[in-house]
Write a protein that binds this ligand. Structure first.
Ligand SMILES: *Cc1c(COP(=O)(O)O)cnc(C)c1O
Length: 396
């Protein structure tokens, strides 16, 4: 009888990665896999924690592939530092949990991303944080809401779904006067359209899932900052919460960033054309899209922003659910799905209850949200025209 084969692990070769690096140069970044960092000596091992926040101590604090991506995002954001997380929601959560503690007061835009509101309502409030929502258009009046225990103000501009524009510099300035931290979800514009750190915000958060990756094939988030102390706090929170990212996912986002500017430009032009056309359609009551002069936030967008984004929302002429079913059923170029910012257009539906459930709602009606991809804009427009015709017919 032959003995069972003995498993022989790969021999450890400390020089292998470095020698491969010298021998093989590539335009594409290396994907460094590994949970474990190994050290040359006992002293090196004992000192590993002192290498943080930038050094490597264990996989959870990052790999060279993650650091490369963090450096690229920091540069885009005009920031000195960046920490990535496994999703946009994880990045928002990490930024808040890094600083907010029981007894603190947290101010959130009423138009903030759903998972941030859920974190605040379901977790932070139960953990002793005073959670308060402000009207996204509050501007400098935010000062009247700041309390001695206010720790952080969370902004998102334009806001999720109804695209309210915040006066970011005014809110950031008021926060600074009172020693309050500011965190902004900047996913809609991306740093090529708006740079929160340049406007006095402490933390710029992006859902890299959207524009950065651009191909709907990966989830990721990032937090950029200019302050070395904040960076150390964020790195510590990221590793304590176990929020590390696969180097393969980092590779995908690094590749996405190579075409970010071109995609943004092309999708933005197409979005402006389509949103402008929709705004004239008799079955469209409102279009929320700050680059359109008719949008209530247009002046702030024009003052502060450079990019047009690719995401906007519509309020259609009043109708019952079957009409919405007909609209979505007629779409051929817009798959129905959440998320946005990829090369494929997408359509999503948000029922009226969602608006009624939040504070300071911009409407109490259902919304259709469209993300415009890289398809031919004439084709997309014809598709929307057919869907609106189906909507009109089902509306009776
Ligand atoms: C999608 C999105 C997020 C969350 O990103 P995920 O990677 O899907 O978790 C956060 N903020 C905004 C504005 C988003 O659109």
């Amino acid at each position: 009888m032959t003995p069972p084969a003995r498993f022989v692990p790969m021999p450890f070769s400390p020089d292998a990665p470095a020698s491969a690096g010298r021998a093989y140069a590539s335009l594409s970044p290396a994907v460094w896999r590994g949970s474990t960092v190994v050290f040359d000596s006992l002293d090196d091992f004992a000192a590993r924690k002192h290498r943080q926040p930038d050094g490597y101590s264990y996989g959870v604090t990052g790999t060279p592939t993650a650091r490369l991506l963090e450096d690229r995002i920091a540069a885009l954001e005009h920031g000195r530092h960046c920490v990535i997380a496994p999703s946009g929601a994880a990045a928002l959560m990490t930024a808040v949990l890094a600083y907010v503690r029981a007894g603190d007061h947290l101010l959130l835009s009423a138009a903030c991303y759903g998972s941030l509101a859920a974190l605040a309502d379901k977790w932070l409030a139960a953990l002793g944080v005073a959670v308060e929502y402000y009207a996204p258009t509050i501007g400098a009046d935010i000062e009247s809401l700041i309390r001695p225990n206010t720790r952080m103000i969370c902004l998102e501009s334009p806001g999720s779904l109804t695209m309210e524009m915040c006066d970011v510099p005014a809110i950031a300035a008021a926060a600074r006067r009172h020693g309050v931290l500011t965190m902004m979800d900047n996913t809609w514009a991306s740093p090529l359209g708006f740079r929160p750190l340049d406007h006095g915000v402490d933390f710029s958060v992006e859902a890299a899932t959207k524009f950065f990756s651009g191909h709907s094939d990966v989830l990721m988030g990032s937090i950029a900052t200019n302050d070395a102390g904040h960076y150390a706090v964020l790195r510590d929170a990221q590793s304590t919460l176990g929020q590390q990212v696969s180097p393969d996912d980092c590779f995908l986002v690094l590749r996405g960033l190579e075409t970010l500017a071109l995609r943004l430009q092309a999708q933005g032009e197409s979005t402006l054309r389509i949103a402008g056309w929709l705004a004239q359609h008799p079955l469209v009551e409102r279009v929320w899209y700050p680059p359109l002069p008719s949008d209530p936030g247009h002046a702030l967008w024009q003052r502060d922003f450079h990019g047009k984004g690719c995401l906007f929302s519509l309020q259609l002429a009043a109708a019952e659910t079957p009409a919405y079913r007909a609209f979505f059923g007629a779409l051929k170029q817009f798959p129905i799905g959440a998320s946005w910012g990829g090369v494929h257009s997408l359509a999503a539906f948000y029922p009226a209850e969602l608006q009624r459930a939040r504070q300071y709602p911009a409407t109490d009606r259902p919304l259709v949200r469209l993300s415009i991809g890289l398809e031919d804009s004439g084709l997309l427009q014809a598709d929307l025209q057919a869907a609106l015709a189906a909507y009109g017919a089902a509306r009776g």
